[in-house]
Design a protein around this ligand. Structure first.
Ligand SMILES: [Mg+2]
Length: 388
């Protein structure tokens, strides 16, 4: 058993939206195919992966460093044992040879993208859904296919007024979501308060709003917003300040009593450990949003989950950023608290297999072999084009 080839293509996922920090007019991602020599049911096994929105394609890193290291390794050095499956842990170590520690930058995105494709291949070779393989190998063997998902949107874009924002949010609850999220921090506080109250006016009693500042605020602004937000019983207040400013996060927790969320821009177990050690996050009420597709993949995410457990955090406090099916599999197999979803954005990469609907804020994962990309026709079309 061996990897014959790894292909990468950089794809546009641009749109007119912006958050408090960036616009998405030139956003891209990397799509990767890991082609193996394994045949299953008359078909060659190909694993697919891509990185989440927000960090751009990583084609040059993938092509110049990480793919050559894998392809130059002895094939049997990348297997579990003689005749066994591909071993993502060994391949991860191979990819990270001659890489210094720290300074995680965006190589974590390149590695995470290849890692996703490897896990897809591993589950396909094993002939089962990835969530089952994860539950058997790293969990208690039980899967929970019913996953909480929330609708992320509420971006700023030219000409968008509160009526448009309300219509957008209403369209999410109409599609079965019980929690919706909107951006803040891209307008003055008074305007954001008007936007928040407008959205709350269209939510029912069992529906909740989360807000996301995308790391925009200094401490004083984060607290001013926190004071204004504290009367609204929000689902969470996300990424108030810079993702690496743990003093800000700690200080904000002293002022803001409601749930907070952060972590989508922490790309290694070590960075996450610093957040847990020094960021004042509260394991009873706060949420962690690390996204494996941006942060060295599932091999690293398993280390992060082990570290969290040692620090008294349940995996159920993790609701990853990114809205991809990889995180849905981790949630179903290893007990995460749910996953982000972008109902109208970043297609065809985000979302669920065809025919999966949101009901009262939850989806139920179908039994698809691998990560399940083959169940989403528009996405699989792009993947197949890369592999053939
Ligand atoms: Mg966010």
């Amino acid at each position: 058993m061996k990897i014959i080839e790894i292909r990468e293509v950089t794809k546009p996922i641009q749109s007119a939206i912006r958050n408090a920090y960036i616009d998405f007019s030139r956003m891209t991602l990397s799509l990767v195919a890991v082609v193996t020599d394994v045949m299953r049911e008359g078909q060659r096994v190909v694993g697919y992966g891509f990185n989440s929105n927000g960090r751009y394609g990583q084609g040059s890193l993938i092509r110049e460093r990480f793919v050559p290291r894998i392809m130059e390794a002895k094939p049997q050095a990348l297997l579990e044992d003689a005749g066994g499956n591909l071993d993502p842990h060994k391949i991860w170590k191979c990819m990270m040879s001659n890489e210094k520690p720290g300074g995680h930058g965006e190589r974590s995105v390149a590695v995470g993208t290849i890692d996703m494709a490897l896990w897809d291949a591993v589950a396909k070779i094993a002939g089962k859904p990835l969530f089952r393989l994860l539950a058997e190998r790293y969990g208690d063997g039980k899967v929970n296919k019913r996953i909480f998902v929330y609708a992320a949107g509420g971006y700023y874009y030219p000409g968008k007024d509160t009526e448009t924002l309300k219509r957008e949010m209403k369209s999410y609850t109409d599609r079965g979501y019980s929690v919706v999220k909107m951006k803040i921090g891209g307008a003055p506080l008074e305007e954001d308060v008007r936007r928040i109250e407008a959205v709350l006016s269209v939510l029912g009693p069992d529906q909740r709003l989360a807000v996301d500042a995308n790391g925009r605020f200094d401490l004083q602004t984060a607290i001013e917003y926190g004071d204004a937000l504290s009367s609204y019983n929000l689902f969470w207040y996300e990424e108030a300040g810079d993702p690496l400013d743990y003093v800000l996060q700690t200080e904000l927790a002293r002022h803001y009593p409601g749930p907070m969320a952060t972590g989508e821009n922490l790309f290694s177990m070590q960075d996450v450990r610093n957040l847990i050690r020094y960021g004042g996050m509260r394991p009873e009420i706060d949420w962690l949003q690390f996204d494996c597709a941006l942060s060295y993949g599932l091999v690293e995410y398993l280390r992060t989950l082990a570290m969290l457990r040692e620090h008294g955090w349940s995996p159920s406090r993790c609701i990853p950023h990114g809205g991809h099916q990889m995180s849905l599999n981790i949630a179903a197999g290893l007990g995460l608290g749910g996953n982000e979803s972008y109902p109208d954005l970043f297609q065809p990469y985000g979302g669920f297999p065809d025919g999966v609907n949101v009901e009262s804020g939850f989806i139920t994962l179908p039994e698809l072999v691998g990560i399940g990309f083959e169940g989403k026709a528009d996405l699989y079309r792009e993947m197949k084009a890369l592999a053939s």
